[in-house]
Design a protein around this ligand. Sequence first.
Ligand SMILES: [Fe+2]
Length: 477
Amino acid sequence: MKSLLFQLILASFVLSNFDNNVNAGHTSVFVRKEWPSEDIPLDHEIFSVPTGHNAPQQVHITQGDYDGKAVIISWVTPDEPGSSKVQYGTLKGKYEFTAEGKMTNYTFYKYNSGYIHHVLVDGLEYDTKFYYKIGTGDSAREFWFQTPPKIGPDVPYKFGIIGDLGQTYNSLSTLEHYMQSGAQTVLFVGDLSYADRYQYNDVGIRWDSWGRFVEKSTAYHPWIWSAGNHEIEYMPYMDEVVPFKSYLQRYPTPHLSCKSSSPMWYAIRRASAHIIVLSSYSPFVKYTPQYEWLSEELKKVDREKTPWLIVLMHMPIYNSNEAHFMEGESMRAVFEEWFVHHRVDVIFAGHVHAYERSYRISNIRYNVSSGECYPVPDKSAPVYITVGDGGNQEGLAGRFLDPQPEYSAFREASYGHSTLEIQNRTHAFYHWNRNDDGKKVATDSFVLHNQYWSSNLRRRKLKKHHLSSVLKSIASY
Ligand SMILES: [Fe+2]
């Protein structure tokens, strides 16, 4: 019997080590000559204003409901309110349907925004290309978007992940690489325009230029927005003290369809993914609306329908860069246990202007008295990925903690974006693509195993293995 017991213990040890898959992490020594971390001048063609009187500009779309049968289309008219109508249909130039929305505008210091239009287009067919037209007369402009396939457990879908983008030449390179990637939707992890690096009227002007800068993607692909610290814009010296004013006016989200009380945190389901967007800079401790909402939303996740559970936030929970080190600790203390309990697959964050990926680790055994204050391998924990490397004017965060902490799997201080290519309910291909002097280079890649479906399979395999070991031992006893 002793031999049987020993074999069982040995088998468990080997299997658990294999599953934890924790190796020494890798710090890339790649150094690329970067373009200057300066915003592109306003007279550059990338910011050009579309021709025609009052022509719609800064066009962007986002998912408009919980399940992907609606989009919100937004744009700005600069000279006069104009129309808030969208004409759309499935044939180019033949617009059978019309949707009407609302117009708003705001001031920021002495800057007066253009007329900002938001139109909900709903009741759409899944997996269909729609063409749409906005504006009037000679100034009208036409675009298209593709609705996602119906929610389902094995629906393949490719997401791009971009963070901390800004409006430099490095930002442009990131944007163009995303557009070449074949991804269908952007998961944006906060810090959009970096307009808050400017003062007075230039803040609003740089929000407008950013809207024109990203339009070649945002008018066609939905960008799923989350807010970063550069969206706060608390600027009392110019009497601007309402947080997130520009962001909230310009970038609506479908928060009401998931019963969120704020556009800052919400969830959508798209293809085979349930995506939860959190706000690092809104209250999230116990009893706050964000806390209560997340508690309910996590209960609504149905891995039989949407196997992939993805969380977006701006501030990373695990980060081994000197920049913003430990800033995510308060959110970790509040939510990490839920992320592990609900087997979140992956958490994407930005904020740190470098790339980093963690192993599956958790620190949920720590409470101020347990003494167990180091992250440990945890098969139920998410992978944490920081993609704050979009290329904004603040430049790169090049100083990592040395030695590399055990929780950190790969890190590199250069610009890029990620893609997550969901294959089916068990597997997704993940890539981080470094911007390499104008070329797209896939630098960090791995197969992401689904936490719900793969773990069920793993349990079954484990049981089978144990059973055969036990039977073999009994036979040889
Ligand atoms: Fe940030």
